[in-house]
Design a protein around this ligand. Structure first.
Ligand code: NAD
Length: 511
């Protein structure tokens, strides 16, 4: 919801927040804030409930979670209504950005979790192989705290929650205070599918509630949000050695090579910087186009951006989701203009009561401007002309963020070569944000963009402790290196190093 403000609460000690529509500012809801006592009670319930949940097989958990796909499918209209009410995003984005990937994630994780998390034998190498057998098992961590932002409130909550549950954990999650009811749907859908009430619980509130959850008796924090909050959470977790994954902000670069399909590149530049009103962590925030094709590219981008409709109802673009975000985007554009940026399209807040911002195209921008160095999170395509790909790579890497990036070229080998030199968590060829929608692809940032990953095998395993169990296979009559140490012990070790590792053939056998 767009505008969040405190409300007087005559009958109790719990704070209330008033929530207003980003479309027209009208009041739409009121939120009762959960304090430290509610957080503590929820975590205690979760810890008790986790024991039975973990005792079920992965297959049993997967059956329940797969049912949730059907629940989302059946209730998609209501879920989309809530998302649209709270964020103002067009219905097509509620369905396409939130509900379709949520169904896909659930379906994927429920089907694959068994393969990733089942106990398995792992072949040992070398001289221990005759004596020992390695067995890997994945233990649930216990209670996972999931804290999420407002820009894609349903899918960004559902994805980590589902992984944590499949791994046998209980989850207490806190959606953003800007979009609480969209987040709440995650608990409703999962309960309806059969996840016990205390195994997945939702808490409401702002940073205070989030901080109380981080400080409570939890076993891991899975956070998605801003760099500033991520830093605070990492500090609190470090003090207690509680593991955390941090999916933070980005300032993703798009590189347009001389051989790019310019129609696609221009369409991508506009869509990938402006869908969800630009409020996407891996949206295109900086565009570097090679000089030889820059004029044509900029002309195409300008034309396409000017055609975007925005406003209430099902236009191409909805409002920014809260007032702070509109002020931030306006501040970045003002700073850029003052430093010489040229506005080719838009450049100002939209008309009316809603939190609209005009689709905006900027040129003559440089890295001394906020628009090129800080996360803007708004519908802005900021374009820089570069001499060649080398300069594009250098500028793309000249950034404190490192979430994702994109390369537009007709040559896949060139895309791979450039990707290898980008210091980003991921790189996409001729596209961008779709990377989050591939659960197989480990998604996570480098530099200030975060720590750990939300997708891929290691994200799912990250909700467990990977426990190696070394089983006995065959015992020698006498352990050659146990007490008492003798001259023979020393000789045997010396022989192992001299003979075993001293010749190429035996080195290979022992490897
Ligand atoms: P935010 O950091 O302000 O808030 C995120 C969540 O943290 C909210 O639920 C908030 O209530 C809670 N919170 C705030 N202070 C807290 C504290 N001290 N302790 C614990 N929890 C606290 O971020 P936001 O403005 O809601 O979200 C936008 C940011 O999220 C952008 O920077 C965006 O790039 C980032 N984001 C990253 C990803 C990713 O996958 N990398 C995805 C989406 C959004």
């Amino acid at each position: 919801m767009a505008i969040v403000s405190a409300v007087a609460n005559p009958d109790g000690d719990r704070r209330r927040l008033a929530l207003h529509s980003p479309v027209d500012g009208r009041p739409i809801d009121e939120l009762l804030v959960d304090g430290a006592a509610e957080v503590r009670a929820a975590v205690e319930r979760a810890r008790a409930a986790q024991i039975d949940w973990a005792a079920r097989s992965i297959a049993e958990r997967a059956v329940i979670l797969r049912k949730a796909v059907g629940v989302i499918s059946a209730r998609r209209a209501e879920i989309a209504d809530t998302i649209t009410l709270e964020t103002g995003k067009p219905r097509v984005e509620a369905l396409g950005v939130e509900i379709v990937p949520s169904c896909d994630f659930l379906n994927y994780w429920a089907t694959r979790a068994h393969r990733t998390l089942r106990p398995h034998r792992q072949r040992l190498h070398g001289y221990l192989r005759p004596f020992k057998q390695l067995y890997m098992q994945y233990q649930p961590l216990g209670v996972i705290a999931v804290i999420t932002p407002w820009n894609a409130p349903f899918v960004l909550t559902l994805n980590p929650v589902v992984q944590a549950l499949l791994a046998g954990n209980a989850v207490v999650f806190k959606p953003s205070e800007v979009t609480p009811r969209s987040g709440e749907w995650v608990a409703r859908v999962l309960h309806e599918a059969g996840v016990p009430a205390d195994v997945v619980q939702v808490l409401h509130g702002d940073g205070e509630t989030g901080a109380a959850l981080v400080d409570s008796d939890i076993d891991k924090v899975c956070f998605t949000g801003s760099v500033g909050t991520g830093r605070k959470i990492a500090g609190r977790c470090a003090e207690r050695f509680v593991p955390c994954s941090l999916e933070l902000g980005g300032k993703d670069a798009m590189i347009v090579c001389a051989d790019a399909d310019l129609e696609r590149a221009a369409g991508g530049a506009v869509y990938l910087s402006m869908f969800n009103t630009g409020q996407v962590c891996m949206s295109v925030e900086r565009i570097y186009v090679v000089e030889s094709v820059a004029d044509e590219f900029i002309e195409l981008v300008t034309r396409k951006a000017a055609e975007i409709t925005y406003g209430p109802g099902d236009k191409d673009m909805g409002p920014l989701f809260w007032d702070r975000q509109r002020d931030l985007v306006a501040g970045h554009i003002k700073d850029a203009k003052e430093q010489g940026a040229q506005v080719l399209v838009g450049g100002d807040v939209g008309e009316g009561d809603g939190l609209y911002f005009q689709p905006t195209v900027l040129v003559d921008v440089h890295h001394g401007m906020k628009i090129m160095s800080e996360e803007t999170f708004g519908p802005v395509a900021a374009i820089v002309r570069v001499r060649d790909e080398e300069e594009a790579i250098r500028l793309a890497n000249d950034c404190r963020y490192g979430l994702s990036g994109s390369v537009f070229t007709r040559d896949r080998a060139r895309a791979r070569r450039i990707a290898a030199r980008l210091t980003t968590g991921s790189v996409v060829h001729n596209d961008a944000g779709v990377i989050y929608g591939c659960p197989e692809a480990p998604f996570g940032g480098r530099k200030d963009s975060g720590l750990g990953q939300v997708n891929g095998v290691y994200a799912l395993r990250g909700f467990t402790h990977a426990q190696p169990v070394l089983l006995d296979r065959w015992q020698p009559k006498r352990e050659s290196i146990w007490y008492p140490y003798t001259a023979k012990t020393t000789r045997d070790l010396d022989d192992l190093i001299r003979v075993g590792f001293g010749t190429r053939l035996l080195r290979r056998i022992l490897s």
